[in-house]
Design a protein around this ligand. Structure first.
Ligand code: XMP
Length: 513
């Protein structure tokens, strides 16, 4: 059985919720792909999509440069659901009327539904939906009927059952739309006839089988960092071809306390993987000695990482494939841009392309981050690894301000471990998206016992964010901050002051360097 058989096309018109729509479809256990609105009807037909969803977008359908779909796609007989801008575009393309209003309908809005409509089957006849629009559909196209209204919106939803075309002015993908998932399910299951086969257990089974076929008796190499993406990717390959996979784990000595040992023990002992741990701390520290510029530090670590990886891989003789933990948000096309969005961060795990492999294996290319985590749990990876917060490739080197020494790293590791332990003890480790300690490089005066001290300042950083592009500082309860501060002062030598960073991003970045 091919679980991608029943795929849905999410056509991106540049809306802020485009990826969210795709994730919601997947949550309904239906596989979907997010593609640019430029896809032609012919291409759509060839791909065999079961249904199409138009996303929202920032434009007005009447703008000169407004993104338009290929009008022929309405003649393919494939069900279409238009959302917000997508709804207006459907109306306008098929002969209805879209107008601009003086009133912007924004936020939670009461909507009345005709529950005999396919889309609102088994739904409540009145409910709260999330609206965000200025333009509205003033007249529906021929043969369409209005299936929902709100106080300021004469067409909150419309449908043409014969042609299997549906449109909603509100956002069913947003949590504030109370029964949004029900409307989406009605579209996916009842209009498109999907049967919810996209399940993580099936994905894992399918992928392992496909990897077996693709790799055959060849060899695969993977740079394992202990992060969730590379761990899940490596484990899928390991389940498929066992010891034909070699993982190289470059321990640059800049990992958090005990992390190197944890990674080694999970993959070697629990999964019996062919893992080479390269203890390269001294090498990295000697290259970093005396360097305090953050970008120089990043560059040195990146280059040294590649050098160590290459040296180790040469010892293995011929290896045909390189396995990488690329995930869907890294490769997904931007809806309105021309080119693919490439991972923005200079990840230290990034390897040059000319390392001489026959091919690249990327088993997670189709998955969103939450799906990668589910696949990890399915494969039996321990929760602490699956839920690990993001950790930058250059590691603690960019959390020690200025030049990096072993002594400074030791102070930071201890303080950071205390913070993480207290976050976990108080259940903040899932709700706060990233949190860590920083050795600020500032020394200040203090008193301890009867004596004056002149010692290090540790800063605590904790942020909530959904995309790491913007972030807010986390409102951590004072008593937890107090406990962390007391423990750091009492348990870590050479620290006499702890501060909490209350800057959002922008203007600050999440990391201090
Ligand atoms: P900033 O500090 O730019 O961080 O707000 C955003 C996210 O990116 C991570 N980060 C990095 N990740 N290599 C990485 O692999 C880097 O050089 C790097 N710098 C920042 C940071 O931890 C946060 O999650």
């Amino acid at each position: 059985m091919d679980i991608k058989n029943e795929k849905i096309l999410v056509m991106d018109f540049g809306g802020q919720y485009s990826q969210l729509i795709a994730r919601r479809v997947r949550e309904c256990n239906v596989y979907c792909e997010l593609k640019s609105y430029k896809m032609t009807a012919e291409e759509i037909k060839q791909q065999g999509y079961r249904g199409i969803i138009f996303t929202g977008g920032p434009n007005s359908t009447y703008d000169e440069n407004a993104p338009k779909c290929d009008p022929k796609l309405f003649e393919l007989g494939i069900p279409v659901l238009g959302i917000c801008y997508g709804a207006q575009l459907m109306a306008q393309t098929l002969g209805g009327k879209v107008q601009s209003s003086d009133i912007k309908e924004y936020g939670k809005t009461n909507v009345e539904f005709n529950t005999s409509s396919l889309l609102f089957h088994a739904a409540k006849s009145e409910n709260v939906c999330w609206m965000s629009h200025t333009d509205y559909i003033a007249e529906v196209p021929y043969d369409f009927k209005i299936t929902a209204i709100s106080a300021d919106c004469p067409v909150a939803a419309m449908e043409n059952l014969k042609k299997n075309l549906y449109a909603v002015q509100f956002h069913p993908e947003v949590q504030h739309t109370n029964e949004g998932m029900l409307y989406l399910k009605n579209f996916l299951y009842n209009a498109c006839g999907c049967t919810a086969e996209w399940q993580m257990s099936s994905f894992v089974k399918d992928t392992i089988q496909q990897l077996k076929e693709k790799i055959g008796d060849k060899k695969v190499l993977c740079a394992l960092s202990g992060g969730v993406d590379s761990s899940v990717a490596a484990l899928l390959v390991h389940k498929a071809v066992g010891r034909q996979l070699t993982c190289i784990f470059v321990d640059h000595g800049l990992l958090r306390k005990d992390e190197g040992d944890q990674v080694e023990s999970v993959f070697k002992q629990q999964f019996d993987m062919n893992l080479i741990r390269v203890n390269a701390k001294d090498r990295f520290l000697s290259k970093l000695a005396g360097v305090s510029d953050p970008e120089r530090k990043r560059k040195i670590i990146g280059e040294e990482f590649i050098r160590v990886f290459e040296e180790e891989s040469h010892k293995l003789g011929k290896v045909e494939y390189l396995c990488q933990g690329t995930i869907y948000p890294d490769v997904v096309e931007s809806g309105v841009g021309e080119s693919a969005v490439i991972k923005s961060h200079h990840n230290v795990g990034g390897l040059p392309e000319d390392v001489g492999f026959e091919g690249i294996i990327e088993p997670l290319r189709d998955l969103f981050k939450d799906e990668v985590r589910r696949a990890g749990l399915e494969l039996g990876i321990p929760e602490f690894l699956v839920w690990r917060q993001p950790f930058p490739g250059p590691g603690l080197a960019i959390r020690v301000m200025g030049d990096v020494t072993e002594e400074k790293l030791d102070i930071l590791k201890e303080a950071d471990a205390i913070m993480r332990e207290e976050f976990a003890n108080n259940g903040l480790d899932r709700s706060v998206n990233q949190y860590f300690a920083v050795l600020t490089g500032i020394k200040s005066v203090g008193v301890m016992g009867d004596g004056r001290t002149y010692d290090n300042t540790i800063a605590l950083r904790a942020v909530t964010t959904s995309d790491f592009m913007t972030a807010d500082w986390a409102r951590v309860p004072y008593d937890i901050l107090e406990k962390i501060s007391n423990r750091i002062i009492n348990e870590v030598n050479n620290v006499n002051r702890v501060v909490y960073d209350i800057t959002s991003k922008p203007p600050a970045t999440i990391e201090w360097e």
